[in-house]
Write a protein that binds this ligand. Structure first.
Ligand code: FE
Length: 134
């Protein structure tokens, strides 16, 4: 499948920190409550830490108490892709960035209204673009 941003693994290693590379390019998971955006309430747009695509907005963020930033919906549905993930003996739905194919996290059906969805996303996969003060 073609993506808008295509880089070699060497290029990704050079661009990203070790932790970002492990999560974004090798589908790792950061330790719960370790990420910088777990408790963030600031207004703004969460962009892909690898390519800058607009992924989530602060107004869809909620406190899931899971230890990872959680959102009820993506900012732009077309900017994420969902994939069935059968790793570790579980069936989960993986969420990736459509533009650069990087791993973001997983989505579950136990979220709050209005969508009932819980996008459980690694902080390290995100970059908060704060909304300028009005
Ligand atoms: Fe991306």
């Amino acid at each position: 499948m073609s993506t808008d941003v295509s880089k070699s693994e060497q290029e990704w290693r050079e661009q990203l920190t070790t932790e970002q590379y492990e999560v974004l390019r090798r589908k790792g998971t950061e330790r719960p409550f370790s990420g910088e955006y777990v408790h963030t309430k600031a207004d703004g747009t969460y962009r892909c830490a690898a390519c800058g695509a607009e992924l989530f907005r602060s107004d869809a963020k909620f406190d899931s108490r899971t230890g990872w930033p959680s959102f009820t919906e993506p900012a732009v549905a077309a900017n994420v892709e969902l994939h069935q993930d059968r790793a570790y003996g579980m069936v989960r739905t993986e969420v990736t960035c459509r533009r650069c194919d990087s791993h973001l996290g997983h989505v579950f059906d136990d979220g709050p209204a209005p969508t009932g969805q819980r996008y459980c996303i690694n902080s390290v996969s995100l970059q908060l673009d704060p909304k300028p003060d009005a």
